[in-house]
Design a protein around this ligand. Structure first.
Ligand code: NAI
Length: 781
């Protein structure tokens, strides 16, 4: 025991442990856990141990969920669904309130349990994880109340399969379960194998409050149980975890018709400009990368610091680093607890060693770490260049990389030099600069002069390989509801295309003039790379030749679309002007289009309907607004719908003009540039549009058209890393192919069946053409 004088001399903290007695007592009485299925716990079977990462001691034994367990849980959720979905929103709200209240009553118990199972400091589980989880249930109780009026006509997906990671076990459960239940879905949730205990405690709470059986089911187990849940007959899948597993889930569920949202990894930039409040930014770093031992998907793990302040910043940060206390997670004075598992610790060490070997200089806190348990001292890897493995790989531990930059443009380039796009932090006292950078970083969430801010009312989720879909707020609710599905119509997909014998020349005798359409790339008509055309016939007669586009043509079209960056940046008003002009020009030529449609055997009424559609989306171009969210004090949280960038749009075969317009127009109205594959059997309505585009001030590259074999071209678009989103209308086989092939860069896909295109317009199309960027800005502080 140190003397009082010694304590005053050193100013060291004394231990302030939180008591684990109650939780350990609970664990001792339970000992072994079964799954929570259909309102009761199953007999524990096929047990594995969950251990305390800080000591390695076993906490409890839980069951490895089998295929049969998943089948039973999904069946229970299915049985519970009709009644739950039909409950008036107000009744569902009561249940969500009851869950929130019960969690609140158990807050301390749950905080200790979470800390024991995960290794995170009690300060964080007590002040962050549990309060945010509770807030999530309260917030969504409100949504249950409002869902019928705020989302009229929409319905829950049905049974949701939800798979969560170990870094925020109860909070991730809340993010998944609360909106699902509020919307009227029932759920089967699989917690991570490293941290199943708070989900099991939550199951007990569901039982205690008498939540109707089968509405919530919890099945524990590892990735095999997760894979079984993905394969089970559920209606929606929601996953948070590694990009690798997210990709596997995308492939495994391709073509199943299951709705899917993925919240995956990140390597988020934390940008400090030279005019930043340095001390505040230093505390920001503490929160960005040393919160939860850096095991945070949106951790500010790549520090980008203006060269002019790099030296003082590094000095201050390394000094701060030495003051962090790593140790007993139950001690209220602990800043960093234990890493979740020995495997994760080994992974961190291996990656950091590789980063050092590649020239990074590691600075780590020097304080003694506890002898037992999975502890890792917080650190920085200085001088990390983009070629360093630690630049690109998610370390998922308390080590940030640090790199300096000279200009804001370079900062943006470095920030976006990643395959991820989850979050970004910007530190600057210059509001013009900060908001300019916020617009230019590719991230689903941007924090200005703050970091790791979360709220149930704000959307959270990524771009690029960080996944798709949002959790939280209205957009998070929308992900658990679906618009009424349009009645499918048979598509009558064309068979193999009949290549013309003489490339580019129509068969002699049948046509008086050469009617060979071209591709449209970068605002210019272009011959296909192959030089090949295919015959287009109607009622047994050849009516012309269309270019047989190939991989190379798609690549050229994507490149041209990429160059048309101005379209996404221009105002909605300017886009509206172009679309009005386009609508007028189309109206002036309506008769020609009607004749063309008639000639191809399509409905001539498509022409008039397409004119109307162009006016409709011209009207929308400057009105699809975002929102200002009320989240935390002294903050304003903006939800800005942003275009994806370059989109692929593969159009229905059956409605050659209206189907094309119904998909391409909303996409460009929102600022996307499009590579479109029109109807293969009736391509001329689309290729005739070139003249309309050329006379309507549509900038070159905004719409590119490649005709040819639909699924061949769709596959190239799906695999293309520079295509951010892909819409595909077609048969089941093509839809499955597109979803499978898009897993490479995890592009957002929308696969739909042919339908009555006269009804196909509205907000759903605009929502699908955008992704929400959530920007947190200091306000009224
Ligand atoms: P993981 O992605 O394997 O685990 C997340 C969840 O997915 C767990 O519940 C797991 O059982 C389940 N799962 C695993 N394989 C599955 C499959 N084939 N089908 C369905 N579900 C499956 O993450 P892991 O291995 O624990 O961590 C590895 C790395 O992933 C970390 O170092 C970190 O870089 C990243 N990660 C990212 C997270 C995030 O929040 N974005 C969370 C956890 C990990």
């Amino acid at each position: 025991m140190p003397t009082v004088k010694e304590i005053l001399d050193s100013m060291d903290y004394g231990p302030a442990p939180e008591s684990a007695t109650e939780v350990l007592g609970w664990l001792a009485t339970r000992g072994q856990f079964g799954h929570y299925i259909d309102g009761g716990f199953t007999v524990p079977a096929d047990l594995f141990t969950t251990a305390n990462p800080a000591t390695g001691e076993a906490l409890a034994e839980v069951s490895q969920g089998s295929t049969a367990d998943i089948t039973a849980a999904v069946a229970a959720a299915r049985r519970a669904l009709p009644k739950w979905a039909k409950l008036p929103g107000h009744e569902r709200a009561k249940w969500l309130y009851a869950l929130a209240r019960q969690l609140q009553k158990r807050a301390r118990f749950l905080a200790v349990l979470e800390t024991l199972d995960n290794g995170k400091p009690i300060r964080e589980s007590r002040d962050v994880d549990i309060p945010l989880a509770i807030r999530h249930f309260y917030h969504h109780a409100g949504w249950a109340e409002l869902v019928e009026t705020e989302f009229p006509g929409e319905a829950p997906h049905g049974v949701c399969g939800q798979i969560i990671p170990w870094n925020f076990p109860l909070l991730m459960l809340a993010w998944k379960v609360a909106p699902a239940l509020a919307a009227g879905n029932t759920v089967v949730l699989k917690p991570a194998e490293q941290t199943p205990l708070s989900a099991l405690a939550f199951a007990e709470i569901c039982a205690e409050i008498g939540l109707p059986k089968g509405v919530v089911n919890i099945v524990t187990g590892d990735g095999r149980t997760g894979a079984d849940l993905v394969a089970a007959p559920v209606d929606k899948l929601a996953f948070t975890g590694s990009t690798e597993v997210g990709r596997a889930i995308r492939r495994a569920s391709a073509g199943s018709g299951k709705a899917l949202t993925l919240e995956l990894g990140g390597k988020s930039p934390f940008i400090v400009f030279e005019d930043a409040d340095l001390d505040a930014a230093i505390e920001g770093v503490v929160n960005a990368i040393w919160f939860n031992q850096g095991q945070v998907c949106c951790a500010g793990s790549r520090l980008l610091v203006a060269e002019a302040i790099a030296a003082p910043f590094t000095r201050k940060l390394t000094a701060r680093l030495q003051k962090l206390r790593t140790g007993d997670p139950l001690d209220k004075c602990t800043d960093l607890g234990a890493i979740v598992s020995p495997a994760q610790l080994a992974r961190i060490r291996d990656l950091v060693s590789a980063g050092e070997a590649a020239g990074g200089e590691l600075v780590q806190a020097e304080a003694q770490l506890p002898a037992a348990g999975n502890f890792c001292a917080p650190g920085l890897l200085l001088g990390t260049e983009p070629a360093n493995p630690c630049w690109s790989a998610e370390i998922f531990g308390p080590i940030a990389t640090m790199t300096s930059f000279r200009t804001p443009a370079e900062a943006v380039e470095l920030a976006n030099n990643t395959r991820y796009g989850l979050a970004a932090t910007i530190w600057s006292e210059n509001i013009t600069l900060a908001l300019d950078i916020a617009a230019r970083v590719r991230a689903g969430v941007v924090w200005i002069n703050g970091t790791n801010l979360f709220d149930a009312g704000a959307g959270f989720g990524g771009m690029r390989e960080s996944g798709f879909g949002r959790e939280g707020g209205r957009e998070g609710m929308a992900a658990y509801l679906r618009a009424p599905t349009a009645k499918p119509r048979p598509e009558g997909a064309p068979g193999a295309l009949d290549a013309a014998p003489h490339p580019g020349k129509p068969a002699t005798g049948e046509l008086s003039i050469d009617r060979t359409a071209k591709l449209y790339i970068g605002g210019k008509q272009a011959r296909p790379d192959s030089g090949q055309s295919y015959r287009v016939t109607a009622k047994g007669h050849e009516i012309g030749l269309a270019p047989l586009g190939s991989r190379k043509d798609i690549r050229n079209a994507v490149e041209a679309a990429h160059k048309a960056t101005g379209w996404g940046k221009t105002t909605g008003h300017n886009r509206a002007q172009v679309l009005y002009y386009l609508a007028e020009n189309l109206a002036a030529r309506q008769g020609e289009f009607e004749a063309r449609l008639r000639e191809m055997g399509a409905d001539p009424a498509e022409a008039g309907a397409t004119v109307a559609r162009a006016f409709f989306y011209a009207a929308w171009a400057d009105k699809f607004d975002g929102a200002v969210k009320s989240t935390q004090a002294a903050k304003v949280t903006l939800a800005v719908p942003e275009p994806f960038g370059v989109m692929g749009v593969v159009c229905p075969d059956a409605a050659p003009l209206l189907g094309f317009a119904s998909l391409v127009l909303p996409a460009i109205a929102m600022g996307n540039r499009v590579v479109a594959v029109p109807s293969a059997s009736m391509p001329f309505a689309a290729t005739d549009l070139y003249q309309v585009f050329d006379t309507s001030d549509l900038p070159g590259g905004v719409v590119n058209i490649v005709t040819g074999a639909k699924d061949e071209l769709a596959k190239v678009l799906a695999q293309h890393d520079d295509v951010a989103a892909l819409w595909y209308c077609g048969e089941a086989q093509g839809r499955a192919m597109v979803e499978t092939e898009s897993a490479g860069n995890l592009k957002a896909t929308w696969t739909l069946e042919n339908r009555d295109w006269t009804q196909a317009q509205g907000r759903e199309f605009l929502t699908r053409a955008t992704q929400v960027k959530t920007i947190w800005v200091p306000y009224g502080a």
